[in-house]
Design a binder for this molecule. Structure first.
Ligand code: SAM
Length: 215
């Protein structure tokens, strides 16, 4: 198994799960790894992805498990989908937000419950010296992680041949810089927190209700 930058940050995203929450939406779910982790924590999950192949794999993988909560996998384009208002306690976008216009965040916010949480594990376009410096630092650390994962995942040859390669989730180059994302979030997601992560990602956390003085 390769070292996956999105999977690496799952625990960070799971720390933001609201304790009383029950329903989650995962946008651009890919092969469904994160959606399964949400279901394992008791969340009923709607997981959507625009790509039919990854949705088929996600359904198959989840169907082979006994999960404590349901996941509904749907092939859908978030930019065209009408989301029910005030419905989700937790909405996640893992490496998918840069595939869609920034304004998509509006419909995600509207679909959060009063205390709902939106988390975006995002990719950004590198434009500043700081972006390039962090990126350069990430390269050797990434190589070390890859080596460690490679060594740990070494399997006997007979087992390796039985492993199936999953379809790659579609990727896209990010067009928006971190500064632009911060500017947009400060206008449209008041009190959201954004921090840069090492492996070419940022984490945005928006807790609904904060701006209205609920918390
Ligand atoms: C880089 S992959 C990340 C997949 C998964 N979240 C992960 O962490 O591995 C981005 C995913 O977003 C999906 N995607 C792109 N545009 C989308 C859209 N408009 N609506 C829903 N999903 C979309 C792609 O099909 C792809 O599976």
């Amino acid at each position: 198994m390769p070292f996956d930058h999105n999977d690496h940050y799952h625990d960070l995203l799971l720390r933001e799960l609201p304790r009383a929450g029950r329903r989650a939406l995962d946008v651009g779910c890919g092969n469904g790894t994160f959606a399964r982790k949400l279901a394992l924590r008791g969340f009923t999950v709607d997981a959507i992805d625009a790509d039919g192949d990854v949705i088929a794999t996600a359904r198959e993988q989840a169907g082979a498990l006994e999960l404590p909560a349901d996941i509904s996998f749907e092939q859908a384009d978030i930019t065209r989908l009408t989301l029910p208002p005030n419905t989700y306690d937790y909405i996640s976008c893992l490496a998918s937000f840069h595939h869609v216009p920034l304004e998509t965040v509006e419909k995600l916010r509207e679909s959060l419950t009063a205390d709902g949480v939106l988390v975006i594990l995002g990719c950004y376009r590198e434009t500043t010296a700081a972006d390039h410096a962090v990126s350069a630092l990430a390269v050797p650390v990434n190589a070390a992680y890859r080596l460690a994962v490679f060594a740990r995942e070494q399997l006997p040859a007979h087992r390796r041949s039985t492993l199936r390669r999953l379809p790659e989730a579609p990727v896209a180059a990010p067009r928006v810089s971190l500064a632009q994302i911060k500017e947009y979030a400060s206008a449209r997601l008041p009190h959201s927190e954004i921090r840069r992560l090492l492996f070419w990602r940022y984490l945005l956390v928006f807790r609904n209700g904060r701006g209205a003085g609920v918390r």
